[in-house]
Ligand binder design. Sequence first.
Ligand code: AP5
Length: 216
Amino acid sequence: MNIILLGPPGAGKGTQANRLVEERGMVQLSTGDMLRAAVKAGTPVGLKAKAIMESGGLVSDAVVSELIGDKLDSLPSGAGAIFDGYPRTAAQAESLDTILTERGRQLDHVIELVVDEDALVDRIEGRFTCAKCGEGYHDRYKQPKVAGVCDVCGAVEFKRRPDDNAETVRTRLAEYRAKTAPILPIYETRGLVSRVDGMADIGEVSAAIEAILDRG
Ligand code: AP5
């Protein structure tokens, strides 16, 4: 099964993708994670992407589509793919069709996480992760049980994304409205779109997604 998790920054795409990886053994293909890894490694792609990501703009369609194609090629043929943060433009949606067809795959579901914009800014500004294992936390909603110590791995170092500030979040939301939301009708005409209330509790959102996937 191949699915797209679509939604604005902070909608919970990464959170839900992680749960599907654990529950269903699917593979998460997050272009944001791939680009952050490239920035960290100082690759040519990373060097170009760094400033664009920090400003909240979108990296070039060709670059992200190549990352996705390469990642899909590294997966076992039967592994289900969760596209998280891709496609983000009409050109990327078109590329994804080609990428999937060339690999004998088809798109089964596009799940839109619908979230209130005020909540998004709040979620993103408060977000931080363990620097060692990547476990996610939030200033208000999910603090480590022991202050300053990761619940999962015991590390004491945490980090925040450089693009998780109020100004950049506004640009990211504007990019979503202008370039990403307009691709939904492409998938609607194919009957692939299901909407999930992303304002619900994380567990309830997961249950709603599971119910959609259980339909086949
Ligand atoms: P990317 O990494 O994809 O970021 P994003 O789309 O802005 O999404 P986020 O990771 O911020 O949010 P999310 O929806 O995954 O939410 P999360 O689960 O973390 O992209 C970053 C940048 O890379 C882009 O701006 C662009 O520059 C570039 N890029 C990436 N892909 C690209 C592409 N295809 N084309 C071009 N450029 C690209 O949740 C957020 C917070 O909310 C967490 O704290 C979480 O715990 C909390 N939370 C989640 N669900 C709930 C809930 N139901 N209730 C309460 N809290 C919740």
